[in-house]
Design a protein around this ligand. Structure first.
Ligand code: SF4
Ligand code: SF4
Length: 160
């Protein structure tokens, strides 16, 4: 957590041990939760239909995810007020990332979008393959051109 403490932005190193293993992602989409601050919050735990997320009695506990129990349904992505949950998927020909999205206009299926890092830096382009709506949040799945981007991209925007 060294980088997070100094910059306020999580790094891949900060998340070591908190992301699903590769062999789990090869079997289909799985959530990853980038919520590390001790805030009183648990909609993700309440919403998960299979009980894969545990916060527990103390609401300030960071959520823990059971990667094997997670079905990759994406419900938690749409309910997290911190936009801190993503789906990772290495089961297809190309890596797929699902992100929460609250900017309008919402990208459409087949559209090419810019891929952004946790700091908001542009990292290339990907293709939207699925859009879903959960209240005011959209859940957008994009195909990525390279596997390494699965660990780095955490937002999208329409090209300007
Ligand atoms: S993706 Fe679905 S099954 Fe997995 S943790 Fe989120 S709500 Fe639960
Ligand atoms: S809903 Fe989001 S912000 Fe709240 S505990 Fe779950 S992951 Fe963290």
């Amino acid at each position: 957590m060294a980088e997070f403490r100094s910059t306020g932005v999580l790094s891949v190193d900060d998340l070591e041990g908190r992301t699903p293993p590769r062999e789990r992602l090869e079997r289909g989409p799985c959530a990853t939760i980038e919520c590390v601050e001790e805030i009183p919050c648990n909609p993700c735990e309440e919403a998960c239909p299979v009980g894969a997320i545990r916060v527990g009695d103390l609401l300030t506990n960071p959520p823990e995810l059971d990667f094997e129990r997670c079905t990759g349904c994406g419900v938690c992505v749409g309910v997290c007020p911190g936009l801190a949950i993503f789906l990772l998927d290495l089961s297809g020909v190309r890596p797929r990332l699902t992100v929460p999205h609250e900017l309008f206009p919402v990208p459409e299926n087949g559209e090419e979008v810019e891929l952004l890092s946790r700091e908001g830096k542009a990292l290339g382009h990907g293709k939207v393959v699925r859009t879903r709506r959960a209240g005011t949040t959209w859940i957008i799945t994009v195909e990525l051109p390279a596997e390494e981007l699965l660990w780095k991209v955490r937002a999208i925007r329409r090209p300007r």
